[in-house]
Ligand binder design. Structure first.
Ligand SMILES: NC(=O)c1ccc[n+]([C@@H]2O[C@H](COP(=O)([O-])OP(=O)(O)OC[C@H]3O[C@@H](n4cnc5c(N)ncnc54)[C@H](O)[C@@H]3O)[C@@H](O)[C@H]2O)c1
Length: 252
């Protein structure tokens, strides 16, 4: 971890305790933010809490690897609560939504959050690619709505693709990039668009996946050989098909 960011740590709410939400909550708690992670599914909450402590990318493993101290890990666990009530996550300075990738669900969740959260609370979505302006339009605070696209596994990957709409306030962008830096991520601010699915990382990634699928469909090479060629050629950690498998499983 880099040196801690000065200033008070914001209170963070995370929606969804799945692959992404539990990892995001782990990161913000470790960064010093009191964090509440909400999921209506008790099994998801139990699994998420277990991943944070003893998962492959969890706190225990980070201690074993010497990346953090046992004191850091224990303090992060003490800062992190799991709950079933949306209001518990809404009572925060910044809420990060990581519910399943369905636009109708995200719109409903943002509408509810808008009613429950204090007027100054920033609402961020970890959508993989829905236009942030479509989500912001569900609220009466579009200037406080922003995209914060994380990569999996959240505790490891440094990507923070920060997506601003034409009406996102500069102060919102500043607060979220500051939190991303506090979390030891590398924030890059990009512009939202309502004409395509995906921001930068996923548009480029899926163009590569589409071409890899065409190569296989044309009988040029097998999936395994495409993967091996790309690893050998570009030193990628996995080939295109391996990346799709890894992203789907949280690299577990
Ligand atoms: N998995 C990835 O590699 C990845 C990477 C970047 C972004 N994303 C995005 O992150 C989001 C979450 O993906 P995931 O892979 O963690 O999904 P997931 O299915 O693992 O977890 C989603 C969780 O949200 C919970 N949930 C459903 N409705 C809810 C509600 N109203 N309030 C709170 N929680 C609710 C579910 O019970 C589930 O536990 C999606 O938008 C996805 O596109 C995923």
């Amino acid at each position: 971890m880099t040196a801690p960011t000065p200033g008070p740590a914001p209170r963070v709410g995370v929606l969804g305790a799945g692959v992404m939400g539990s990892g995001i909550a782990q990161v913000t708690a470790l960064a010093g933010c009191p964090t509440t992670c909400v999921d209506p599914d008790p099994d998801a909450r139990a699994r998420g809490a277990e991943l944070v402590v003893s998962g492959r990318f969890g706190l225990d493993r980070a201690v074993e690897r010497g990346r953090i101290t046992r004191t850091d890990a224990d303090a992060a666990v003490a800062r992190l609560a799991f709950a079933d009530d949306l209001a518990a996550a809404a009572a925060a300075d910044i809420v990060i939504e990581a519910v399943p990738e369905r636009l109708d669900l995200k719109i409903r969740v943002f509408r509810d959050l808008d009613h429950l959260a204090p007027a100054a609370t920033i609402l961020a979505s970890n959508t993989s690619g829905f236009p942030i302006q479509a989500i912001a339009a569900a609220t009466d605070r579009p200037e406080l709505v922003i995209g914060w696209h994380w990569a999996s596994p959240a505790p490891v990957m440094r990507m923070a693709e920060i997506v601003r709409t034409p009406v996102t306030a500069d102060a919102t962008v500043e607060a979220v990039t500051a939190l991303a830096r506090r979390c030891d991520k590398n924030p890059i601010v990009v512009n939202d668009t309502d004409t395509s699915w995906g921001f930068v990382a996923n548009r480029v990634y899926f163009a590569m996946i589409r071409e890899a699928q065409r190569v296989v469909a044309e009988g040029v090479a097998s999936r395994e050989d495409v993967d091996q060629l790309m690893v050998d050629c570009f030193r990628w950690p996995a080939g295109p098909f391996g990346m799709v498998r890894g992203a789907g499983s949280g690299w577990s």
